[in-house]
Design a protein around this ligand. Structure first.
Ligand SMILES: [Zn+2]
Length: 87
């Protein structure tokens, strides 16, 4: 367990893994740091943060669930990776 696989969800509901969140556009919303997938998304968010959040609230939740599943899958994959079995 040296490396923790990274997975994160942007506010707009996209999932990224094995990527550093610092390379993505971010903004503050209600004292919470949020991430966007692209500059275009960030622009849409900044234009009207509340509307953007409302529209994406469901995808945000779905993304959070997906994120957990992906992290689980990554765990399984890395298990396969690290234990090559040759007969
Ligand atoms: Zn986006």
């Amino acid at each position: 367990m040296k490396q923790n696989p990274k997975a994160f969800a942007t506010l707009c509901g996209r999932i990224f893994r094995d990527t550093d969140p610092q390379y993505f556009p971010s903004a503050q919303h209600r004292r919470k740091k949020i991430l966007l997938c692209t500059g275009a998304c960030l622009g849409a968010f900044l234009a009207d943060p509340d509307v953007f959040c409302k529209v994406h609230r469901n995808s945000d939740k779905a993304a959070a669930r997906l994120k957990n599943e992906i992290e689980h899958l990554i765990g399984i994959w890395s298990t396969y990776d690290s234990s090559p079995k040759n007969d």
